[in-house]
Design a protein around this ligand. Structure first.
Ligand code: ATP
Length: 452
């Protein structure tokens, strides 16, 4: 089965030329590698390399700054991945968290029935006979403790949201928030996807950034519109908004607890697919957990002198899908000044793995190398900075463009005379002289420039 899934991964992500180039750049330049690669991989898992982890961390940090630190009404938490199995019974995941699965009767490949045309040929072997669809629960099971019996069976969480609901009372008791308020968290989630694929788009282990926003029951519709606007602002900051379209999910297709759902679909190289979601989960989760745990999850409204069970509006963001959307939106190939081709990752500077790269013009002139080293060590203290002294300057520019470094600094003979360096801009390839003492200030100003 593993072999087929891997093959499937490969077939789908190699579909388009652009996607192939992004996957290849990601591997070649240390962004993303296949999980367990030296053992032939493990379907639906990917590892982030030195540049990928910087990009991913920058996404998470920007998200936390925007949705938690810059506001006063959102409380951050980091709940455990392993939870009491009663959480998943109460939330409905044990019973309902499943996708319809079909098998090809000839080659036994498995597919999600809602993702393929069952009247067409099997994408793996071409046969035209499938089993009927059956529900497949996507939660990963494991055991807590040394005895592997049903009492010890627990799940790896398939979403971070339930950790936020189960801490509702803790937040009320410890932080005394006023309604409306939210609980946010960033963390890993696990889903035993039937057909992982399209690179990091659909994986079995991924990260989510989620907000559960609690409002008075009568206020959810306004909160929904408000959060739709906040999500749009976020996508504008990432420079991906023009590739996103919003889709209202019809009543029959929504999760049973949802009063309203809007999906944010991104124009990925392999097609238009869900990037983020916004849903009103009503009071379903708080009521279910109150019933199942016996602990009342409610809010005491001082003004009205009554207890209410808030409604929840949930903006949810996949971290890995964000990384993929950023790579896809900002990967560009253009002509350079000499008529050659250059590949540029036009990431917003705040998200780029390195903000600045320092080059000594020549590697065999100790004064230049020493000067460049001094600038490198001093900038590095505040700003993510790379060092490159290999090959000629042109090649170094190409290499930094490809990983999205917004500025390159060259230390040359003139630097030794007047303490200025060349700063070259990634997007315009324009160069200007800046005094070495001004560099930190110069880059700080540039990085604070609004991106949207
Ligand atoms: P899909 O329809 O693509 O399976 P979903 O509707 O099940 O997604 P949600 O349950 O709404 O997704 O999950 C919230 C977010 O988590 C998604 O918008 C997406 O960004 C991310 N996500 C969900 N499943 C995966 C996965 N298998 N791999 C990577 N990211 C995922």
């Amino acid at each position: 089965m593993l072999k087929f899934s891997l093959l499937h991964d490969k077939l789908t992500y190699m579909e388009t030329d652009r996607m192939e180039k992004i996957v290849s750049l990601a591997k070649r330049r240390g962004f993303i590698f296949q999980g367990s690669e030296i053992y032939g991989g493990l379907a639906g898992t990917w590892d982030y390399g030195p540049l990928g982890v910087e990009l991913k961390n920058n996404v998470k940090e920007l998200w936390w700054d925007f949705f938690v630190h810059a506001r006063g009404d959102i409380y951050g938490i980091d709940s455990a991945i392993l939870m009491n199995r009663k959480v998943w019974e109460a939330s409905g995941h044990v019973e309902n968290f499943s996708d319809p699965m079909i098998d090809c009767k000839k080659c036994q490949s498995r597919f999600r029935a809602d993702k393929i045309d069952i009247n067409a040929a099997c994408p793996e072997c071409g046969a035209r006979e499938f089993t009927s669809a059956r529900a497949f629960n996507m939660m990963f099971k494991t055991y807590a403790g040394p005895v592997e019996d049903s009492a010890a069976e627990i799940f790896l969480r398939p979403e971070t949201a339930q950790g936020s609901f189960s801490n509702f009372k803790n937040i009320i008791d410890s932080m005394r928030p006023k309604l409306p308020f939210g609980i946010a968290q960033i963390g890993k989630a696990f889903r035993n996807e039937i057909t992982p694929g399209n690179f990091i788009f659909r994986t079995r282990e991924f990260e989510q950034m989620e907000i559960e926003y609690f409002t008075a029951p009568g206020a959810w519709a306004d909160a929904f519109d408000y959060w739709r606007g906040e999500m749009q602002k976020w996508m504008a900051m990432l420079g991906i908004a023009s590739l996103v379209s919003e889709r209202e999910i019809a009543e029959g297709e929504r999760a049973h607890y949802s009063k309203r759902t809007v999906d944010f679909d991104f124009e990925f190289p392999f097609g238009r697919e869900e990037l983020y979601g916004l849903a009103c989960r009503s009071d379903f989760d708080l009521k279910q957990h109150t019933m199942a745990s016996g602990v009342e999850l409610a809010y005491y409204d001082e003004a009205a002198k009554e207890k209410i069970v808030p409604f929840v509006v949930e903006p949810t963001f996949g971290v890995d899908r964000t990384v993929l959307a950023l790579l896809a939106a900002h990967y560009s190939e253009e002509e350079d000044k000499k008529g050659g081709k250059r590949t540029v990752l036009k990431l917003p500077p705040q998200l780029a793995p390195y903000k600045v790269a320092i080059f000594p013009l020549v590697a065999n002139k100790p004064q230049i190398v020493e000067k460049a080293r001094d600038i490198y060590s001093s900038l590095k203290k505040n700003i993510s900075t790379a060092w490159d002294d290999r090959g000629n300057i042109g090649k170094r520019y190409y290499a930094q463009d490809e990983i999205g470094t917004p500025w390159c600094v060259t230390v040359d003979y003139q630097t030794l005379e007047d303490n200025t360096v060349t700063v070259r801009d990634r997007d315009t390839a324009e160069q200007k002289r800046v005094a070495t003492g001004e560099l930190t200030h110069f880059f700080r100003e540039e990085l604070n420039r609004p991106t949207a």
